[in-house]
Structures are given as C-alpha cells and as structure tokens.
Design a protein around this ligand. Structure first.
Ligand SMILES: Nc1ncnc2c1ncn2[C@@H]1O[C@H](COP(=O)(O)OP(=O)(O)OP(=O)(O)O)[C@@H](O)[C@H]1O
Length: 458
C-alpha cells in the first residue's frame, strides 16, 4: 500500500465513520510504511493507538486488505518511538507496559482463501452468553461442530455491535481447529461484490465460480449490502444454490431479518429463510455486566497495577445500553486512561474519562421518571417521596430513588439532593450507601431495586 492509497482509504473512512470520529481518530494517523505485511501508522499517543485499534482496527484493516491483499496486520506507534522497530521492542519502551497490549499487531490472521482476516479475540471462549444471544450462540456452536448439515443457511441477524461478526469468526476458528482440511471462506457481502466485479472486469468469471464452488463452508457477513445490486444478487444466488446442492454449509449475517431487507430479490429472500433464522437481541443488564466482567479480567491481567473500585462495572452496565462495541470501547478507554494518568479506576475518574459516552446514554432516564416509578412502586405520593417526613415507609423508597438516580443518571449528588426537597449532598450519599449495603443483606430490597432498574431501562 502506498501513501496515496492510504489517502483514498482515509476518504472512504471519513464517509463510513462520520465526521466527528474521523476528525478525532483517523485524521491524526500518519502512514509510516508497509513492512512484512504490516501496515504501520504513527499516532500522537499510545492511548490513541490503543483506542483506534480497538474501535476502528477491523474496518481499517478490511479496507486496506481490499486494496492490498499482502497487508495482514496493522500497527500503531506513538510519536517518538521508532516505528520501524519490531512491536515487541516498543512495548518495552512504554512507560507502563501492559502484558499483552490490545493493539499488538497479531490479533488478526488472514484466511487462507483470502477472505476477511479472522480476529483472534473473536472466539467462542471470549463470547459471553446471556438470554439475548443464547439461541444464536447455540446455533453457531452447532454449525461449528462441522457435522452433517442440518440447517442451511444459518442466518444470524441483529443490530449494530451485538456480536454477529464475533460469532461468525468464532465458527470459522472452531472449524479450523476441528476440521483443518475444510475450506472455510469468510467474507463480507461487500467483498463478494468487489471480487465479482473484479472477475468480470478481468474476464476471470470461471476462476471466480470455481473458487466459490470449491469451498466447504461459505460465510458471508452483512448480506444486506447486496440488496439493490442486481448482478451481484444474481451471482450470489447461483453460488448459494450450487453450494446448497452440494450440502455445503452456508452462514449468513445481516443487520435485519430477511423479510426486512428491502430491494432483495424474492427468490433470494426465500432462500435465506429456508434454513435457520436466529436473531441477536439487544443486550440486557446481566449480559452487559457479564461482558464487562470478562473484558475487565483481561484488562486487569494487562494492567495489573490498576485497581477498579467496586460498583464501576455495574454502573457502566446500567448506563451504557447502546451496543457492545461502545461498551467495550468505554472500558478500553477507561483502562488506558487510568494507566496513563497512573490512578486507580474510581467513579470520579470514570465520569471524567467517559463524559461524552455517558452524556449520550443519559437521555433515557430522568430524576423525575425515577421518582415517579419508585413512588408508584411503593404506593406513596410523590410529595411524600421528596418531602421531609422520615418514617421508614417514605425514607426507604426515598433512598432507593436516590440510589437509582446515582446509578442511572450522571447528575451530581448536590443536584440529586436538590430534586429531593433541597436535601444536602451528604444525605444523598448516605442514602446511596445504605441501599448498597441493604442490597447485600435484604433480598426484598435487592429485588425491588432490580425490578425498578429494569422498568426504568425498558
Ligand atoms: N456476547 C459477547 N461477548 C463478548 N463480546 C461481545 C459479545 N457481543 C459482542 N461482543 C463484542 O462487541 C464488539 C462488536 O461485535 P461484532 O463486531 O461482532 O458486532 P456486529 O453485530 O457484527 O456489528 P456490526 O453490525 O456493526 O457489524 C466486538 O468486539 C465483540 O467481540
């Protein structure tokens, strides 16, 4: 890849990622060169390298690999380090070197058939299972066993960042381990089209057909991309049929169900529906917490010097409800930031470091809504909830409401106090702590808090 080619990839990234992400994260990257299949970039800080790699690494690599298939990995080097040195040496040069840095450049591996590079982190072991994704996970596991084809295709769909690609890669890894002789081709629908167009242009359609018909397992990510692209759909249809006829497994992912993909030919739609269609539901609190716990264990091994105050993961799981990618990005940023400033991860540091993400996710719950829900739940009046009376019937729900305000909003303790009849911030803090203690001792309170939290998040 040349600097010029990187320039055009940058332009594409600006469109794909949007102006703000582009300005903050991609623009500051400067392409240093290509060496042994590794595209190297200089970044202003190691924090930035870490963040870009974690959040945009896949999309950058995919775009580069499309232009130059010799590029297998990407690496980010903070300014001031010698970008040409092997990465392992650079890790030693960092002030607080994590044991296995997230942007060490060996987390992806190329597919032998030149499909999408497989991400080493996307395995079944690293996939946290919860109610919203258990069916998709079970179906993926079954297909990954590589036994006789029972449902064809397996069609996985779900919203942005809910784990479709992760499951696809996990299937590919597992198949590679269990059945190394199988030809597993994992690619995006965009890549399929790109190759198809290239084959047409180079008059190599026979090679194209031969390649796609020779695979044992075909995995196509983001199939909605081919909607409205007539010749690509046509070719995809033939490929699909040829493989199904040979009892070869096909696995497809999309951001929506087959019948919701507009401009898709009916015959393709019905083909896609003919196997097993499973969706990944939006995450719930428990799944988000599970994912955070699992990722935080990994980070704690990488940054052993950092301690995490109790309650932080629960706070993030309650507050960041959008998608797993954002949740993960928040945790990465938090650990990287804490490591840079050399401080433990406390609630204050979390709020400071993640202000933008927390602000976006704040929209949902207001203090008033929390008060209303709590008052309804305990069958008391709003005026009593925020009023001066200290009898337990009012005081306990009041403390629960304060606790939920602290958990689900970014309002400060004094602000919360003002909404509770002008109470002092120390009273709010006392209330929050009391509920934290009671949740451990009193099952009824724990259940009430949980019920209310769910109702407010729904
Ligand atoms: N259940 C899970 N356990 C662990 N990590 C998860 C889980 N679900 C998603 N992730 C992580 O969230 C990130 C986004 O997941 P992934 O890329 O698979 O989403 P996607 O559904 O393919 O999104 P998109 O529609 O944007 O392509 C990845 O880093 C993935 O590892």
């Amino acid at each position: 890849m040349t600097g010029e080619q990187w320039g055009s990839i940058r332009d594409e990234l600006s469109e794909t990622l949007g102006a703000s992400s582009f300005k903050n994260w991609i623009k500051p990257l400067s392409f240093v060169g290509l060496e042994d299949g590794i595209a190297r970039f200089q970044v202003p800080t190691s924090f930035m390298g870490n963040y870009v790699s974690q959040n945009f690494g896949d999309v950058i690599l995919t775009k580069i690999a499309k232009i130059d298939s010799s590029v297998r990995r990407i690496a980010f080097h903070p300014v001031g380090t010698d970008a040409a040195k092997p990465v392992a040496k650079k890790k030693e040069a960092k002030p607080m070197p994590p044991k296995e840095h997230p942007y060490s450049d060996d987390r992806v591996q190329n597919d032998p058939l030149h499909g999408l590079p497989l991400d080493k982190r996307f395995t079944f072991d690293n996939f946290v299972v919860g109610k919203p994704n258990e069916l998709a996970h079970a179906a993926a596991k079954r297909v990954a066993e590589g036994g006789p084809v029972t449902f064809n295709p397996l069609f996985l769909y779900g919203g942005v960042g809910l784990g479709k690609t992760h499951l696809m890669h996990a299937i590919a890894w597992e198949l590679r381990t269990r059945h190394p002789h199988l030809n597993v081709l994992n690619l995006s629908a965009e890549q399929f089209m790109y190759r198809f167009v290239q084959a047409l242009r180079d008059r190599k359609m026979m090679d194209f057909k031969e390649l796609f018909r020779s695979v044992d397992v075909l995995m196509v990510d983001d199939v909605q991309f081919i909607a409205g692209k007539d010749s690509t759909q046509e070719e995809f249809f033939h490929t699909f049929n040829a493989l199904v006829d040979q009892h070869k497994q096909i696995i497809i992912s999309a951001d929506r169900a087959p019948d919701e993909i507009k401009d898709l030919e009916n015959r393709i739609r019905s083909r896609l529906q003919s196997g097993l269609v499973v969706d990944l539901h939006p995450t719930d609190y428990e799944l988000r917490l599970g994912i955070l716990q699992s990722k935080s264990e990994t980070y704690s091994r990488m940054y052993p010097e950092l301690s995490v105050e109790p309650g932080i993961l629960e706070f993030l799981a309650a507050r960041i409800v959008s998608n797993v990618r954002i949740l993960e990005g928040a945790l990465t940023r938090l650990f990287a930031f804490a490591s840079l400033v050399g401080k433990p991860i406390t609630m204050d540091l979390t709020q400071e470091c993640l202000t933008d993400i927390l602000r976006v996710s704040e929209r949902k719950v207001s203090i008033e809504e929390i008060q209303r829900k709590v008052a309804d739940h305990y069958l008391i009046r709003h005026t009593d909830l925020v009023g001066p009376k200290r009898v337990r019937t009012f005081a306990r729900p009041r403390q629960i409401a304060m606790y939920l305000c602290k958990l689900l909003t970014t309002r400060s303790l004094p602000e919360i106090g003002r909404h509770f009849g002008g109470r002092d911030h120390t009273t709010v803090m006392h209330g929050v702590r009391r509920i934290e203690e009671l949740k451990k001792q009193d099952a009824q309170i724990a259940e009430d808090v949980e019920l209310l939290r769910r109702a407010l998040e729904a």
